[in-house]
Design a protein around this ligand. Sequence first.
Ligand SMILES: Nc1ncnc2c1ncn2[C@@H]1O[C@H](COP(=O)(O)OP(=O)(O)OP(=O)(O)O)[C@@H](O)[C@H]1O
Length: 400
Amino acid sequence: MGGPFSEINDTLFADKRMLEEEYQPETILERDAEVEAYQHALKDVLFGRNPANIFAYGKTGVGKTAVTKYMLAELATEARRREAADDVHLLIHNCNGASVYGTLRSLINDLRPAGEDPFPKKGLSVGDALEEFYARMDERGGTFLLVLDEIDHIDDPDPLLYDLPRARANGHLETARVGVIGISNNYRFRESLSPKVRDTLMEKEISFSPYDAGELVTILEHRAERAYVESACDGSAIRKAAALAARDTGGARQALDLLRTAGDLAEQRGDATVTDDHVGDAQEVVRRGRITNKIRDQTIHGQLVLEAVTHLNEHGRTPARSKEIQRAYERTARNWDRPPLTTLRSVQSHLGDLHMLGFLARYERNDGRDGGAYFEYDLNDIHPDAVVETREAIEAEYAE
Ligand SMILES: Nc1ncnc2c1ncn2[C@@H]1O[C@H](COP(=O)(O)OP(=O)(O)OP(=O)(O)O)[C@@H](O)[C@H]1O
């Protein structure tokens, strides 16, 4: 007799990776205007001129990261093909959960020769880290394109967005050139920057609009063709996944998640084809996964404030006032070895954002003439376990 796995076959999927987040598409569909904008912004690199700084923005899942990585890889290939062009080095970094120092440290480590000790975690300043980074780039020479994904997660990004792009003009770099590409799905981030930083980073802006249902169908059809074995995925399933995602986020990630989860459900049920019913049933599973992603999208202090409210909720101490949440937030931050923000106002500003994004419910209270009006907060339609598990996973990744 065989073991518990001996009878299991991959019945529906030919290559499931095609529907997974990590898969980097080798063709970009339905983003012609954005591809052209990148072409225009980056072409100087092929002629040894300084690269433009670029700010790419748009809602979640609309192809910002996929298109950026694709265009940069194509540029590097073309530069190699033209022997006269400078070497193009790509440094791609996700800023979620990182500080300016941590980001620079990881960029320096990317350029570290094999066997050399990593740049110290503590004890040096951002200025020291910048100096080391300049030295490393000059050692190699060529053009460095720095992609800072989720750039809005960094509290004080000026050294990355102002000093770095100016390094050559200010004499910090002699042989190397550097261009910064910031990616964000937070529209308010632009307004939060000082005017000088805004002018520097937003030399070229590339905006990504949400996909409509027709565009999502094209993207899904292309993936489904290779992800599923022949005729295992019904056209109606593709159309439904595209329509649901277009109506909600307009993101390809959600559409791909729906189609993959629908396939899992069909396989679990022993069905021979993925249909629109499976897509309908996949919605709830995908929704839960999206909550996790939405938490990851918040800045580290936003996440800590949410985690603090969650702990209070678990102890039956919500709805709670901002002062009490601030104390819980400070405990939470220290617990993770993160220096907390010191003012009540900054905690209140995160509470306001979390309320606006639907994470927190807010109740207005009035203590009469003497007490005045104030707000109390609680978790809103989100399971405490989802917050705690996501936060633990993020901190575990950060500690690596
Ligand atoms: N035009 C496209 N063609 C093919 N695949 C796409 C396209 N747009 C997005 N995708 C796929 O959809 C998923 C989400 O895209 P991507 O990560 O680029 O989104 P994003 O805009 O960077 O989102 P976020 O702001 O959440 O990081 C990825 O798996 C990506 O491969």
